[in-house]
Design a binder for this molecule. Sequence first.
Ligand code: ASP
Ligand code: MG
Length: 413
Amino acid sequence: MIVKKFGGATLDTTQKIKDLAASIKNQLSSSDDKLLLVVSAMGSTTNELIQLSRQITSHPHLREMDMLLTTGERISAALLSMALNDLNISSLSLTGSQAGIVTNQSHSNAYIQNISPWRVTEAFIDHQIVVLAGFQGVSEIEKNITTLGRGGSDTSAIAMAASLKASHCEILKDVTGVFTADPKKVTGAKAIKKLDFEEALTITFWGAKVLHHRSLQIAARHLVNIYVGPSLHDKQEGTWIIDTNQLKKDTPMYESPEFLSITSHSKVYKLTTSQLKSASEALNNFKTQLEQNHISQIQILWLSTKNNLIELFLTGPEESLEQINLWSLNQVDWELSPHIMATVTLLCRPSTSLDLQAKALSVLEKYNHRIYHFVVTEKAFHIWVDTTQKNAIIQNLHKELLTEHVTEKRVNS
Ligand code: ASP
Ligand code: MG
């Protein structure tokens, strides 16, 4: 069986939904009669729903946000199922809860605890296609509706693929795969043919929006191969994300380290406190503040202690950063720096090296780019920069380090 997940941009309008249903019908073969389609909310519906809530209050309870936001995916699921039924393809839409996706109680960023997909398997026995509303589940004890975090439909799809032992999971979008840089912003960005789980985990932790980070954790643990590609075209164009051992088979044995891609967190906030005694006290205080103010999905990228100053560098979805801004206005313990930073991550294969580090630094110097930190890890360099410099830095690094011939070599390997 196959799981196919459709991103919001591919379901932007009712016409696109009808076209998608027609293309699903065309692709159906007899072996495909067990097909699970997972959908995101149409276009920018989720953001619009968030804005709607802000017209009521700037700090809505997260439980109510989950009630609101899950409607986006339910609309898509119902409409796609209608479109399929209209083409005489028997189809059934299900919410996460109906499909047996049970989560913990962490509203707006819930973790899947177990899956009992008996309604899905029953539908398959009846030769029905199932259209699952992504991004959502139900909490085990309280039976509250939960969401899996922004971008969480990928996690619904890959978790279902693992649970149903699908041969692989397809993540279908309006872009044609995972690129060397964001193709909407960087000219010359090219699709990467294959990545391993670890590489994909690194870039999604460091800002790549192409897949939900947590979906890759599930894929790596349960060895679910992922294909990321365009929703309407054929399979050749996209990117496969697979286990390292499989990737090794078709890469040269004696490879030299090379750059693979550039990703970025475009907004990193710095919060400072001198009021709290230790780093752990500061972190616990901040966590409590987040909970009390219904702010979720904050990712801390760096913590530093200088004399009695503790600094937290954090990022998160735009709506969470907006809430941090508002919260900071009446804070006594914490101060939000007006200065916004960004991170630029250069992923390397098979790992970073002194040689690659020297190359990256020389490009930054050639274009007189000022940087704050250059952090080396096994798989990547993380460069901390001023947010106003970020786009130029990405363009120049991409032009100099991920040029045509470098990419060609990799794509063809
Ligand atoms: N609609 C949700 C979001 O925009 C979930 C998803 O698209 O995966 O974050
Ligand atoms: Mg979405």
